[in-house]
Structures are given as C-alpha cells and as structure tokens.
Design a protein around this ligand. Structure first.
Ligand SMILES: Cc1cc2nc3c(=O)[nH]c(=O)nc-3n(C[C@H](O)[C@H](O)[C@H](O)COP(=O)(O)O)c2cc1C
Length: 175
C-alpha cells in the first residue's frame, strides 16, 4: 500500500450505526485481535484487555449501559476494550494510569482499522455508564472499560463526516 492508498483507506472509513444480524466470522475476529496486538504500548507492557461479546442478552444489557444506543444492541460483535491498570502501574506507578488508557485507546484504534481492512463496519462507543458495564461483564477493579467497539456489516451513512481544517489543530513551535 502506498501513501495515497493509505490515505484513501482512512478516508473510506466512517462510523456505522445500523448493523445486519450476521455473525462476524472467527477468521475476522482473529485478524482484528492479531492486528491489535501489534499496537505500540508504554514500555511494551500492553496494558489493555478486551472482552468479546456476541450474545444478544449481554449486548442488550450493554446497550442499556450505553444509554440505550441501539447499535450496541444490534452489532453482532462488541469489543469492550479495557485499560489494565495493574499491568502498567506495576512499572510506572501513577503515570501508569494514563499509559494504560493510552494503550487501550491505541489498541482500539487498531481494531477499528483492522475491521475496516476486512470490509467490516464499526462504531466506537464511549458514552456509557462505567459501573453498569463493569457489572454486566464482571470486570475486576483494576480494569477500566474505555470503549465499546461495535463491529459487523451494515449500512454506511450516505456521506462521510466532515473535519475541521487540519490547521485548527496545529501549533508551530509553541501554542
Ligand atoms: C472517544 C469516542 C467516543 C465516541 N462515542 C460514541 C458514542 O457513544 N456513540 C456513537 O454512536 N458514536 C461515538 N463515537 C463515534 C464518533 O461520533 C465518530 O467517530 C465521529 O462523529 C466521526 O465520525 P466518523 O467515525 O464516521 O468519521 C465516539 C468516537 C470516539 C473516538
């Protein structure tokens, strides 16, 4: 893939919130997880974990935890990406909290792009009641749910979302 193909690959992804009721093949799940495990992480500690959810009942409970977002219920696969504080704090102390959150976020980004590479659709969901997600999935105290990545095949929106002009983000040498 050359740089223009890479840019086109990024431009062709958008969040999908309407999913068909078709399971994601195991081979795609394996690909997504293998790609995520190549993500960089602080000290190479890989302070992230993921809970794979396919069961309708748990998806419904997670949808409730996510303020009733229907795509959380309808996506055939949910990847609940978590920061693992123990793995990172054992080496980095308090800073390990931030590192674990970054590790989890990067891993989730890799999963999202890996899904796109398999021509699957996805939507990153960050709006949820953490304690409810914790209860539904039985997460231990040292693990914080960061994102629910909804994955499946569905109906992309008609047009891509817009972005700020990139210059709005950029500060040269100092703010
Ligand atoms: C941290 C984060 C949290 C998000 N939370 C939600 C969410 O709770 N529900 C949702 O439908 N989309 C959510 N999104 C998706 C964004 O709305 C979407 O990425 C943004 O509007 C840009 O659209 P695009 O992904 O199609 O380019 C979230 C994305 C990120 C990165």
């Amino acid at each position: 893939m050359d740089s223009s193909e890479f840019h086109e690959f990024l431009l062709s992804r958008s969040s999908v919130r309407e999913f068909r009721d078709e399971p994601v093949p195991e081979v795609d799940i394996t690909y997504i997880l293998d790609c995520a495990s190549t993500a960089p992480s602080a000290g190479n500690l890989e302070a992230w974990d993921v809970v794979l959810v396919t069961g309708r009942d748990i998806r419904e409970q997670l949808s409730d935890a996510a303020y009733g977002q229907e795509h959380v219920r309808d996506a055939p696969l949910l990847l609940v990406v978590c920061a693992n504080y123990v793995r990172s704090m054992s080496q980095y102390g308090e800073r390990g909290i931030l590192f674990a959150l970054q590790d989890a976020t990067i891993a989730c980004t890799y999963m999202m792009l890996a899904a796109h590479a398999r021509r699957l659709h996805s939507c990153w969901v960050g709006a949820f009641v953490e304690e409810d997600v914790r209860t539904v999935l039985g997460l231990p105290a040292h693990v914080r749910p960061v994102a629910i990545l909804c994955v499946g095949r569905g109906h992309p929106p008609g047009r891509l979302t817009e972005r700020l002009p990139v210059g709005e983000h950029v500060h040269s040498n100092a703010w």
